[in-house]
Design a protein around this ligand. Structure first.
Ligand SMILES: CC(C)(COP(=O)(O)OP(=O)(O)OC[C@H]1O[C@@H](n2cnc3c(N)ncnc32)[C@H](O)[C@@H]1OP(=O)(O)O)[C@@H](O)C(=O)NCCC(=O)NCCS
Length: 157
């Protein structure tokens, strides 16, 4: 049987899994995105799950919760983001999840911010039609260093 990758609505039971996936140090370095402590993480997800302006899906790989994919508004722009547990990397899951998710989102342009060193995430976005539209650089208090990002956009075809 081929592997099955699909999206479904997020439930509260997914949150402890997402929490463990986002505290992985290799993942936070890759994404240049700091992890949240358990309480802050649960408060954040409880808030975004109740927010109709945020679209959220759990990513399932052969029925297991492999990660999540989100679309939210940031400074007037609609942005996508995704995060997989490490054991699910390198199987084409993020690419398929983003392809499916994009069919559910009408807004264009869509934006994504990706750390310059995050080759995998940039590749996922480019395989789904995003192109580099700009760059950003800011100082992260949490990491104590500058973060360098590409800004990618997906325009209407
Ligand atoms: C980035 C991430 C989502 C990639 O997910 P994935 O399911 O492993 O990606 P895919 O398997 O769909 O790979 C897509 C492409 O990227 C490449 N790729 C994936 N990870 C890579 C890596 N670490 N280095 C180089 N290339 C990589 C794959 O080879 C593939 O390219 P190809 O089709 O030309 O062979 C996953 O590693 C992750 O969740 N990381 C931690 C959180 C994060 O970085 N989120 C994104 C923030 S912008």
């Amino acid at each position: 049987m081929p592997d099955e990758i699909r999206l479904r609505d997020v439930t509260e039971a997914d949150l402890p899994i997402f929490y463990e996936q986002q505290i992985d140090p290799e993942a936070t370095q890759m994404a240049d995105f700091p992890s949240r402590g358990r309480e802050a993480f649960m408060a954040h997800w409880t808030r975004i799950m109740a927010d109709e302006a945020v679209q959220l899906k759990a990513i399932l790989f052969n029925g297991e919760v492999a990660g999540n994919i989100v679309c939210f508004e940031q400074l007037g722009e609609r942005e996508v983001g995704y995060w997989l547990g490490k054991e699910y990397w390198g199987k084409g899951i993020a690419t398929k999840a983003l392809e499916d998710f994009l069919r559910e989102i009408e807004t264009r342009p869509l934006y994504a911010h990706v750390a310059k060193h995050n080759i995998g995430s940039r590749r996922v976005l480019e395989k789904c039609g995003f192109t580099i539209a700009g760059e950003d650089r800011f100082f992260s208090e949490i990491f104590g260093r500058n973060i360098e990002e590409y800004i990618l956009t997906l325009d209407s075809q």
